[in-house]
Design a binder for this molecule. Structure first.
Ligand SMILES: C[S@@+](CC[C@H](N)C(=O)[O-])C[C@H]1O[C@@H](n2cnc3c(N)ncnc32)[C@H](O)[C@@H]1O
Length: 234
């Protein structure tokens, strides 16, 4: 997963507008909990959303990958960042908002994993708290046999990344081949990424089983949709 690629993650995703995405999520949080003051970003990666959320909330993050967290720690000194699995974590505290962005939820792989992760996130919500999840693609929207390419050409680094999409039942996966050039040399590595494909109904049901009232926006910040769950206020 995110091991060799972690130190290039921010360069690879420099095209994303993390500020605008965080603002869209904050608007959802405010609509449901105007006094929200604390936020946990689950699968926070290198902390790019947290850097923006930190201007509005007291924030913490959690991610499985130590390599991703190392980048996040350098970016966000003084912010608590935990290593943990979204399907099992227990921080022993609650937050007014919990977020899980950029399809990270897909990495749970199975419907049991989806239930476990949404359950753990819901368990970290304060009364009336808001859970915002940006999903991976549903089975009917994921195409196998598609070649994806991504190129970065900056003065100090060049990256070419290519992969072909694969699908078997509810599994989607990519073996992402990277070629990275800098003054230090030229490096090549492959990373396997595997994500579960869940229908809208399955994701809504997972929120409901976790005791949340849920709304689904099919568009969301980048066209992959957005689920907003709200915990009961008592
Ligand atoms: C596509 S990246 C998104 C990172 C960040 N949220 C962003 O928007 O840039 C997916 C992240 O999910 C993390 N991840 C994958 N499986 C996880 C799990 N079971 N528990 C926690 N984090 C996980 C990866 O380490 C990676 O940082």
């Amino acid at each position: 997963m995110y091991r060799d690629s972690a130190r290039y993650y921010d360069a690879i995703y420099s095209f994303k507008d993390y500020g605008a995405e965080a603002a869209a999520v904050s608007a959802q949080i405010s609509a449901h909990k105007p006094d929200a003051a604390t936020l946990l970003d689950v699968a926070c990666g290198t902390g790019a959303h947290l850097a923006h959320f930190a201007r509005e909330y007291r924030v913490e993050g959690i991610d499985l990958s130590e390599e991703q967290l190392a980048i996040a720690r350098a970016r966000l000194p003084g912010i608590e960042l935990h290593q943990g699995d979204m399907t099992t974590f227990d921080l022993g505290k609650t937050f007014d908002a919990v977020t899980c962005m950029f399809s990270s939820i897909g990495y749970v792989g199975t419907l049991d994993g989806l239930d476990a992760a949404i359950g753990r996130m819901a368990a970290h919500l304060a009364p009336g708290g808001v859970l915002v999840v940006e999903p991976w693609l549903p089975p009917d929207a994921f195409e196998a046999g598609h070649l994806s390419t991504l190129f970065v050409d900056e003065p100090d680094i060049a990256i070419a990344r290519m992969s072909i999409s694969h699908k078997e039942g509810r599994r989607s996966w990519f073996d992402m081949e990277h070629l990275v050039g800098s003054a230090d040399g030229i490096e090549q590595f492959v990373e396997h990424h595997e994500l579960g494909l869940f229908t809208v109904e399955e994701q809504i049901a997972a929120f409901e089983r976790a005791g949340l009232r849920v709304e689904h926006d099919p568009e969301g910040p980048i066209g992959r949709g957005l689920y907003v769950g709200v915990a009961s206020s008592s």
